[in-house]
Structure formats: structure tokens, C-alpha cells
Design a protein around this ligand. Structure first.
Ligand SMILES: C[S@@+](CC[C@H](N)C(=O)[O-])C[C@H]1O[C@@H](n2cnc3c(N)ncnc32)[C@H](O)[C@@H]1O
Length: 226
């Protein structure tokens, strides 16, 4: 995660404490634009934040867009942004996990928290809930990979963005184990933002990155339900 990307024009309102769209948001939207047709299809955006991905899906012609976020400020922000954009997005307050069993979708999109946290740090709370995801960064991604088939219609597709520091091969293996056909469809190297910069020594010490490296690779994974 970084803060180098220019703002995405999809969102009129950026609320303090709600994750501002960044390179990962943009990479996910670009991958969706390039790799799937949304016109006439049902879309679920998990972890919606400002609603930037959900609004993009609506603008790409999705038949319906449902979005979830666990943060009340994000829900308010994304509803405001969808209204300002003139698109219909149903935004639900709650954990993505509650969406499981409440319907299936043709396309599921997720930019979840995925940044690994040093075990010495206090539990995730407040704005860090948008990015911190346990010591391996997989607090949300592991259960999401396992539940993906229950969220998708037959022939449906999941797009998931994450960092190299969160184990891309682990996600591919987890999705394959869940019965999906998974592959990487987009990659981008970006400079460390403030969060990873503050953890760079820990990343080096634990072998997650090489000494002096201050870049991470973001990846978009596509997983299809046959
Ligand atoms: C990295 S931000 C992504 C926001 C937006 N989709 C984007 O691409 O800019 C992750 C979002 O996930 C939300 N979140 C964290 N844990 C969640 C959970 N268990 N269920 C739903 N949303 C969650 C956070 O509140 C935050 O808005």
C-alpha cells in the first residue's frame, strides 16, 4: 500500500479514517475492466471503503452492485459517493463473512486488509483495520479464499488484490483447494507507503524483503468457479 496514486475520479468524498483509494484500488479496477464483462451481471464488493470499486462496477454496467464494510464511516462514505456518482449500490454494514449464505454473485471483488503486522503491535483497531491483517497478513484472505465458492454463482469470478508480503502462492493454493481455477492477472511494483516504511526493518529482519528494498509488488488474483 502506498499513497502515490492520484485520486480516482469515482469518489467525491474522502472521509478521514476511511481508506482513501490507492494503487491497490486502481489495480483492482483496471484488472476488472480488462478481464471481465460486468454488463448485466451481479457484483459483490467486499471491504468497500469509499465505494470506489463498487462505483466502478456500477459504471461498467453491472445489473446490481452490493457492497459490504465493517466500518460505519466507510458505509456512510460509500453511500454518499454512490449517490454523488448517480449509481445504485446497496451498501451493507457488517463483516464480509456475514454475506456468506446471503446470495451468490456473478463477480466478487475484494481489496481486503492484507498488510502483515509485527506480533509486538497492539490488536487492530481504528483506521488500521483497513489494512492490518495479522502477523502473516492473511486474517481476512484465508477465510475469504475458503468461502469464495459459496459467494459465487456457477461460472462466477472472484478478483482479489493483495501484496507479495501476504503470500500470493498461498492464496492461489487456497483458492485451488476450494475448487476454483486461480491465476494472477495483474502485477504492479510500488514504493512503500508510510505503513510499510514504518515496518521495513521488521520486514527485513523476518526475511519478508531484502535489505534496503523499499518496494512491494501488488497482485490481482482471478479465481473462476467452473
Ligand atoms: C484496503 S481497504 C479497501 C477499500 C476499497 N475497496 C478500495 O479499494 O479503496 C479495506 C476495507 O475493508 C474494511 N474491512 C476490514 N475488515 C473487514 C471485514 N471483516 N469485513 C468487511 N470489511 C472489512 C475496512 O473498513 C476498509 O474499508
Amino acid at each position: 500500500m502506498t499513497i502515490t496514486a492520484p485520486p480516482l475520479s469515482n469518489v467525491a468524498v474522502l472521509t478521514p479514517g476511511v481508506y482513501h483509494p490507492q494503487d491497490d484500488s486502481r489495480l483492482l479496477i483496471d484488472a476488472v475492466e480488462q478481464h471481465v464483462v460486468l454488463e448485466g451481471r451481479t457484483v459483490l464488493d467486499l471491504c468497500t471503503g469509499t465505494g470506489v470499486v463498487a462505483i466502478a462496477a456500477a459504471r461498467l454496467g453491472a445489473a446490481s452492485v452490493t457492497a459490504w464494510d465493517i466500518c460505519p464511516q466507510a458505509v456512510h462514505c460509500s453511500r454518499t459517493n454512490a449517490a454523488a456518482a448517480g449509481v445504485t449500490v446497496e451498501v451493507v454494514l457488517g463483516s464480509w463473512a456475514v454475506a456468506v449464505g446471503r446470495g451468490r454473485f456473478d463477480v466478487v471483488l475484494a481489496n481486503p486488509p492484507y498488510v502483515p503486522v509485527s506480533p509486538g503491535l497492539p490488536p487492530v483497531d481504528g483506521p488500521a483495520q483497513a489494512w492490518d491483517a495479522g502477523h502473516d497478513g492473511r486474517l481476512v484472505i484465508d477465510p475469504l479464499c475458503a468461502a469464495a465458492p459459496q459467494l459465487l454463482t456457477d461460472g462466477g469470478t472472484l478478483f482479489l488484490v493483495q501484496s507479495e508480503f501476504t503470500g500470493v502462492d498461498q492464496s492461489l493454493a487456497a483458492l485451488t483447494a476450494a475448487g476454483l481455477r486461480a491465476s494472477v492477472v495483474a502485477r504492479q511494483r510500488i514504493p512503500f507507503g508510510p505503513v510499510l516504511t514504518s515496518r521495513s526493518e521488521w520486514l527485513e529482519r523476518t526475511g519478508r524483503t531484502t535489505i534496503g528494498c523499499r518496494e512491494e509488488e501488488l497482485t490481482v488474483i482471478r479465481a473462476d468457479k467452473r
